[in-house]
Design a binder for this molecule. Sequence first.
Ligand SMILES: [Zn+2]
Length: 259
Amino acid sequence: GFCVYNDAAVAIRGLLDAGAQRVAYVDVDAHHGDGVEAVFWDDPRVLTVSVHESGRTLFPGTGFPQDCGGPGAEGTAVNVALPAGTTTAGWARAIEAVVPAVVRSFAPDVLVTQHGCDAHVLDPLTNLRVSVDGFRWAAGLLHGLAHEVTGGRWLALGGGGYAVVDVVPRAWAILVAEAAHADLDPATPLPAAWLEHAARYPHAHALPVGGEPTSLTDGETVTVRGWAAGYDPADDVDRAVRATRRAVFPHLGLDVELD
Ligand SMILES: [Zn+2]
């Protein structure tokens, strides 16, 4: 998307060169992970999964469900294109309905994840409405998946995020804490020294001075309705999720309805 150098693709190539047989890349940045997908489009050793705001409303305009990978690598590109306005509940439901199943089925040696935090409701560039609590939930899910599937071999990367004072530092702190197995209380107050420092940059705030966040998360309770609980054809998020499952699950030996 925005990057001159594709650090994620370089890392994945490095892992393959170092002997990894299969690498899974999961990208929850609000923008389509177009660069990593393009680099490994024809490579059956690399599964790329991107959960993003639909290209109909967001740059770079790519990443649709039917884009599944090149010849010989069908099913190794997975795209969940969410409608503008998707909230934490829908975002988490989409991740839960697609990511664990495809990663388990692919059975990688290493999990590489990209935790761009621009899906946040305060982000100025995108139209998703996820909370920091949603990012915390996703980091926990992906971390658990790494322990389950890859013996804990997990490379967690940052990504986009343009609410640089009100969202990004909290999102990265939570990710680092998750990777370090440090259980931070979501209500942890932000350090006074940080708030003082941040107050010096009023124009970088997504919220008016005085309204900025003062604790680690946004205090939202994340409840995920699992796919097994049923599919609602009237729901935009459900239709987006189902389109991805229909396009890609058969290639991976997964059942569109049941897995
Ligand atoms: Zn982004």
